[in-house]
Design a protein around this ligand. Structure first.
Ligand code: ADP
Ligand code: MG
Length: 698
C-alpha cells in the first residue's frame, strides 16, 4: 500500500464507496490523506454523568441500562430512548426520533460513548441528551473514549453517501498505518519555518493531538495545517519560479530600440502619456530589447489607457520588421481596436487587418493570406485568430487584451503562431494579488496606477425600477448637453439569447415611446459583423445618442463623449463586471454618471450595490468581489488557469501564500545544491503539475 493505491483497495472503502469518493476527486490513498477536515469539534470534555451541567457539550462513557420506544397517541415519531448509567450511578436518557433501527444497536449492557448537549428534562426531573452522537465502544477500548467522541473530532465534507463518520473511520485506519511518505519539502526550509514533517502534519491534521486549541484548528492555523497549506502553495510557486527562470534563459527576439523607433512612437501619440504610461512602456521596451522573450502582464484600471501602450509596443515590433497580433475577447472590442490601430498605423505605412468570426468567408481568406504573406503587419481579432489555419510570416509580438477572459492555453496558442515572440497580456480587471500570484505567477507585472488627467470621478447612483422615469429624463438632459448614454441589459453567459431579446424589446420601446426625438441604437453579440461596425462607429461619431446594448460592451469600448451608463438589473452582475461597464463612461472631461437599476435586493445585494456606489477604486472592488463570490466565480468559468487547492484557501491564507512565494523564489534562485533543485522540480512535475496546470515545466 502506498500513496498511489486506488481508494477502492483502501481498508474500509470497497467498490461502492470508491465510486462516491472518486466522484469527489479522491482516487488514491494519497488523495484521502490530503482530504483535510473542514471543521473540528471539541468532544474531549469527558465527564461522569454526576458532574454534568445542563447546557454544556460533553461526552459521557456509559452502559445502556434499558431501551424504550414510547408510542405517542397520534403519531409514531419513532422515538427511541436509551437510559444509560455510568460508574457514578446517575442516569441519563438519550433520545432520538425516527431511530427505530437503534433497537438492535443499543441493547442493554452495551458500552457507549455519547456526545451532545446536556439538557435537564424538568418533566421527568432527569438529565437528557437529544440526538447525541454516539459510538459503541469495543471491549478492548474500555478506557479509550473512542474515535467519534471524547476527543477533538475532525468533520469532513461528505462524499456522496460516504459520511463524515465513515471518512473518519477510513482515515483513522489510514493514518494509523501510514505508508512510507517521502517528505519532499526542502529540509532547510522546513526547519527554519519550524514546520512539522509531512507524516506528522498529515496525522495531526486528521486527528489533532489532545492539547491542540480547537479555535486554532478551525482557523486552519495549527502547525500541521499550516505545513499542509504552505506546502501546497510552495510547490505551485516553485513551479512558477522555475518556469520564469526557464523563460528568461530562452532566446527570443531582441528588438532594436533606435532613434527611428523612438521617433515613430512619439509621432503616433495622440496625447501626452501619463507618468504611469511612460513607466510601463519603459518596462515593456526594456523586455522587448532584451534577448529573452517577454512575458508581461499589464494591469491597469478601466480607462487607465492600456491600449495606447499596446500600440507603442506594436510599433517597436513592426519597425523591426516583425508582425504584431492583438487578441480581444469580443468582436465589438476587436473591431474598436482595429479601427483605432488603423488610424495610428496606416498613416505611417503599415497594414492593419481584422479577423473575427462573423466576417465573410472571402474577407477572412484575404486577411489570413495577408498575415501569412506579411502584407499585413498587424492583426486584430477574436478567437478566430487562434484557429489552426491562421499563420504569420513573422510574428514578433502577441498581445492579449482582457486576458482574464481567456485561458492559459489560448495565450499559448497565439504565442505559438510565432517563434518565441514577445507576449504582452493586458487586463482591466484588477486582480487581487493573491490571485495574480497563483495564476499569473509566471508573468512579470506592470501596473498603470494613474488615470489620464482631467478625469472626474464617476458618480454612481442606485435607483429602483420605479424610478426609471427620472433616469430617462436625466439621459435626455445629458444628450441635450451634447453627451451620449448607454443602457445595458444583463447577459448571463448561458442566456445571451434572452439578453438579446430583452435589449431588442427595450430598444424598440425606448426608441418609440421614451426618446422619440433621439437616435437610439442597438448593439448585441448576435448582430453581423458589418452591423456591429456600423453601430459602433455611428456611436463613436455621436450619430447615435443612446446605445441600448447587452454586456458585449463590457470590455474595452471607448467613446469618451458618453457620460451616462444605465445598468438594468444590476443585481445580476458581478461587482467587477459592473465596474468594467461603468468604466465605459468617465473617459472624457465631463462629469459622468452610472445608474444601477435594481429590483428588490437581498442583504448581500445591498452590500454589493453599496460597494459600487461608495467606491470607484477597481482594486478595492475586486477584493470585495473576490470576498463575496470566491475565486472561481470571480474569475469566471473561462479562466482555466486557477489551480484547485486541496487545503489552501486564497482568501484565508494570503500570508502563507506570500511566504511560500518568497521561499520558493529564493529556493529556485539559490538552491542549497543543484541536486536539491533538480529533485524539487522532479517532485513538482510528478505530483503537482497536472493539478496546477503548470504545463510548461519540462
Ligand atoms: P483601458 O486601459 O481601459 O483599455 P483605454 O486604452 O481604452 O483604456 O483608454 C481610455 C481612454 O483614455 C481612451 O479614450 C484613450 O484615448 C484615453 N487616454 C489614454 N491615455 C491618455 C492620456 N495619456 N491622455 C489623455 N487621454 C488618454
Ligand atoms: Mg482596454
Amino acid at each position: 500500500m502506498d500513496l498511489t493505491t486506488p481508494v477502492m483497495y483502501v481498508k474500509g472503502v470497497g467498490p461502492r464507496r470508491a465510486g462516491d469518493l472518486e466522484a469527489k476527486g479522491l482516487s488514491t490513498a494519497g488523495d484521502l490523506l490530503h482530504y483535510a477536515p473542514f471543521r473540528y469539534e471539541d468532544r474531549s470534555n469527558v465527564k461522569p454523568i454526576s458532574e454534568l451541567a445542563p447546557g454544556e457539550m460533553a461526552t459521557v462513557l456509559a452502559e445502556v441500562e434499558s431501551l424504550h420506544s414510547p408510542r405517542f397517541q397520534r403519531k409514531d415519531l419513532g422515538l427511541v430512548e436509551a437510559v444509560v448509567k455510568d460508574a457514578s450511578s446517575v442516569r441519563l436518557t438519550a433520545k432520538w426520533f425516527h431511530a427505530q433501527y437503534l433497537a438492535n444497536v443499543l441493547t442493554a449492557g452495551t458500552r457507549v460513548a455519547f456526545f451532545g448537549k446536556v439538557e435537564f428534562d424538568t418533566y421527568k426531573g432527569e438529565l437528557a441528551m437529544l440526538h447525541p452522537e454516539f459510538e459503541v465502544l469495543r471491549e478492548d477500548d474500555e478506557d479509550e473514549a473512542g474515535l467519534h467522541t471524547g476527543r477533538i473530532v475532525p468533520i469532513y465534507e461528505a462524499a456522496g453517501k460516504v459520511t463524515t463518520r465513515v471518512l473518519r473511520n477510513i482515515l483513522k485506519r489510514l493514518t494509523d498505518n501510514l505508508p512510507e511518505l517521502e517528505d519532499a519539502l526542502p529540509e532547510t526550509i522546513r526547519q527554519r519555518l519550524k514546520l512539522p514533517t509531512l507524516a506528522k502534519a498529515i496525522r495531526d491534521t486528521h486527528f489533532p493531538p489532545a492539547e491542540t486549541e480547537v479555535r486554532l484548528l478551525n482557523g486552519f492555523r495549527s502547525p500541521a495545517q499550516v505545513r499542509m497549506i504552505f506546502e501546497e502553495f510552495f510547490w505551485l510557486e516553485t513551479g512558477m519560479a522555475f518556469k520564469r527562470g526557464q523563460a528568461r534563459a530562452e532566446t527570443g527576439i531582441a528588438f532594436a530600440l533606435n532613434d527611428q523607433v523612438r521617433e515613430q512612437i512619439k509621432r503616433m501619440l495622440p496625447f501626452k502619456p501619463t507618468g504611469a504610461q511612460k513607466r510601463v512602456l519603459g518596462e515593456i521596451a526594456r523586455d522587448m530589447a532584451a534577448g529573452a522573450p517577454m512575458s508581461r502582464l499589464l494591469q491597469g484600471d478601466v480607462g487607465s489607457g492600456k491600449t495606447i501602450v499596446a500600440a507603442q509596443a506594436a510599433i517597436i515590433a513592426v519597425e523591426n520588421g516583425y508582425q504584431a497580433a492583438l487578441l480581444a475577447p469580443t468582436e465589438i472590442l476587436a473591431t474598436q481596436h482595429y479601427l483605432n490601430l488603423k488610424k495610428i498605423f496606416e498613416p505611417i505605412g503599415y497594414q492593419v487587418l481584422p479577423l473575427v468570426g462573423s466576417m465573410k468567408k472571402k474577407e477572412k481568406e484575404f486577411a489570413k493570406s495577408a498575415f501569412q504573406s506579411g502584407f499585413a503587419q498587424i492583426a486584430v481579432g477574436t478567437h478566430a485568430l487562434l484557429e489552426e489555419n491562421v499563420e504569420f510570416q513573422r510574428l514578433g509580438l502577441a498581445i492579449i487584451d482582457e486576458q482574464h477572459r481567456f485561458g492559459v492555453m489560448q495565450r499559448k496558442k497565439l504565442q505559438q503562431k510565432g517563434v518565441t515572440p514577445d507576449v504582452l497580456v493586458m487586463t482591466a480587471t484588477p486582480i487581487p494579488r493573491t490571485l495574480a500570484l497563483t495564476i499569473y505567477g509566471d508573468l512579470d507585472v506592470s501596473v498603470i496606477d494613474e488615470l489620464p488627467p482631467g478625469r472626474k470621478p464617476i458618480q454612481t447612483l442606485h435607483k429602483t425600477a420605479l424610478e426609471l422615469e427620472q433616469v430617462y429624463s436625466a439621459i435626455l438632459r445629458e444628450v441635450r448637453a451634447g453627451h451620449q448614454a448607454y443602457i445595458v441589459y444583463p447577459a448571463i453567459e448561458e442566456s445571451e439569447t434572452l439578453a438579446v431579446k430583452a435589449a431588442s424589446a427595450a430598444h424598440a420601446e425606448l426608441a418609440r415611446d421614451v426618446f422619440p426625438t433621439l437616435s437610439v441604437g442597438l448593439l448585441h453579440g448576435k448582430l453581423p459583423q458589418e452591423e456591429k461596425e456600423r453601430v459602433m462607429s455611428a456611436f463613436q461619431r455621436g450619430e447615435i445618442h443612446v446605445l441600448v446594448s447587452t454586456t458585449v460592451i463590457e470590455v474595452g469600448v471607448d467613446v469618451p463623449n458618453a457620460s451616462v451608463m444605465v445598468i438594468e438589473n444590476a443585481e445580476r452582475f458581478g461587482l467587477a463586471q459592473i465596474h468594467q461597464l461603468r468604466g465605459r463612461v468617465g473617459r472624457g472631461a465631463a462629469q459622468s454618471y452610472c445608474v444601477l437599476v435594481t429590483d428588490k435586493l437581498s442583504e448581500m445585494g445591498k452590500e454589493r450595490i453599496r460597494t459600487l456606489v461608495d467606491s470607484t477604486d477597481g482594486f478595492y472592488i475586486a477584493e470585495m468581489d473576490l470576498r463575496l463570490r470566491g475565486p472561481g466565480e470571480f474569475l469566471g468559468t473561462k479562466q482555466s488557469g486557477l489551480p484547485v487547492f486541496r487545503i489552501g484557501n486564497l482568501l484565508r491564507d494570503k500570508e502563507i501564500l506570500e511566504e511560500a512565494r518568497t521561499e520558493a523564489v529564493s529556493f529556485v534562485e539559490h538552491p542549497p545544491t543543484a541536486g536539491d533543485l533538480q529533485r524539487a522540480i522532479e517532485y513538482v512535475r510528478e505530483h503537482w503539475q497536472r493539478r496546477y496546470g503548470l504545463a510548461l515545466i519540462g
